[in-house]
Design a protein around this ligand. Structure first.
Ligand code: HEC
Length: 309
């Protein structure tokens, strides 16, 4: 019986071979693609979450915090003079040579230092105003190229020359207590802020190096387009300032769009530039300002950006 059984097995007809190499390849490839998609999907998701929760921080490499308390306290004549020079070079075009006019016709108007109150949430103390220059405020840009010394000097010039004398109700010698508590110690690693030059961006990330690498690249691209837009608005003649400013603003709020627009400028594609910035494709809300501009104003902006490309 056992022998007969073995015999049956030995002579059982072989299963016909059912192998479809093409089918297998397609299956394996789809699985691989799906896994890769999953990987990147969650990688980007994780990166996004990590950035928003401050797990990935972008620091300005090598730029340690200055001695804020010393710079704040020093409004000697030399410092005020140094501030006057900075003011005339960088601020007078918007705030007026006397700090109380609006030569570029900006809307909303720049602060009138002879009369207005402060609007930034930290008040009018020296560190609060330093942060205004570091991070920008509303349509006023940040000044990443200005050293901490120059930032304090120009603010001392404004507050000592005008605010203290003709707008004394708004002269603030010392920052509020809650603001003072946030002043970094001298030498501390640079704070996360708006002013990173692309070449100086360094990612300090307690997360996967790959994530950090991608985040860094993304941040660099954003920085490049923002620096580009800000340089163009700094170089803009008075009649183009407002438009250039709004574009610099757009580069902050919608860096992806600004990057796409930069590419059209680099490719000399003005029709596409106009379509992206002022056309109907894409989200209208941010760009409604641009869609109301005349063709002349749009091509003026294009030439301006082209110049600073
Ligand atoms: C291109 C225009 C422009 C330039 C250049 C400019 N500002 Fe302004 N500045 C503005 C505008 C506009 C506001 C008002 C912003 C707002 O209310 O949202 C403002 C506001 C301010 C404020 C008020 C902050 C507050 O809390 O109310 C200070 C201080 C200030 N600027 C300082 C400077 C200094 C210093 C410089 C030069 C280093 C400078 N600005 C250059 C446009 C400009």
């Amino acid at each position: 019986m056992s022998a007969a059984h073995d015999d049956i097995h030995a002579h059982a007809p072989e299963q016909p071979e059912v192998s479809h190499p093409l089918l297998w390849s397609v299956c394996i490839l789809s699985i691989a693609i799906f896994l890769a998609w999953l990987f990147f999907h969650f990688l980007f998701k994780g990166m996004h979450v990590a950035r928003h929760h401050g797990k990935i921080e972008i620091h300005q490499a090598g730029e340690a915090e200055p001695d804020h308390k010393a710079l704040m306290a020093n409004h000697s004549a030399e410092v005020v003079d140094q501030g006057a020079a900075v003011y005339n070079a960088k601020c007078a075009s918007c705030h007026g040579t006397q700090g109380n006019s609006n030569p570029s016709n900006l809307k909303p108007a720049p602060r009138n230092f002879h009369a207005d109150a402060w609007k930034n949430p930290n008040g009018g103390g020296p560190y609060a105003l330093y942060l205004v220059l570091k991070k920008g405020l509303g349509t006023m840009p940040a000044f990443p190229g200005l050293s901490a010394e120059d930032k304090y000097a120009v603010n001392h010039f404004i507050t000592e020359t005008w605010v203290k004398k003709v707008n004394n109700a708004h002269y603030v010698e010392l920052d509020r207590d809650d603001v003072q508590k946030t002043i970094p110690l001298p030498g501390a690693a640079g704070e996360h802020g708006g002013d990173h030059h692309p070449a100086q961006v360094e990612v300090k990330a307690p997360v996967l190096p790959l994530m950090a690498g991608i985040a860094k690249k993304e941040q660099q691209q954003i920085n490049i387009v923002q620096v580009w837009a800000e340089a163009a608005s700094a170089a803009a003649p008075a009649e183009r300032k407002q438009v250039a400013y709004r574009f610099a603003d757009l580069a902050k709020s919608e860096p992806g769009l600004a990057l796409a627009i930069k590419q059209t400028v680099m490719a000399n594609d003005q029709p596409r530039f106009t379509a992206l910035l002022a056309g109907s494709d894409g989200s209208g809300a941010v760009r409604s300002y641009f869609s109301l501009l005349s063709a002349d104003e749009l091509s003026g902006l294009y030439s301006l950006l082209k110049g600073g490309q």
